[in-house]
Design a protein. Sequence first.
Length: 118
Amino acid sequence: QVQLVESGGGLVQAGGSLTLSCAASSRTFSIYAMGWFRQAPGKERELIAQITWSSGRTLYADSVKGRATISRDNAKNTVYLQMNSLKPEDAAVYYCAANRYAQGYNSWGQGTQVTVSS
């Protein structure tokens, strides 16, 4: 298992920005990609951004495209998610996850709450 610890959530005003961090440890050599998911109350967990660990290729969900940037620092085994122009509908628990050996997302962080005030 890869251990993942998120940080950076909190209360943000609509239109504001925040950056989430996710530090990975243990068996990081097995990481193929890292992703950020979010889950709002009553909704399914959705993948909003992912980055391939070696190439840095990124993908974004339509809901955040143009407002989110995922990046990684391989030396620090850390992935970041910067979100701009936050909307109330961005409020959710945000999770980072590791796709190990290209077998799907199978290691999860504990989640960090993001609240957006209007």
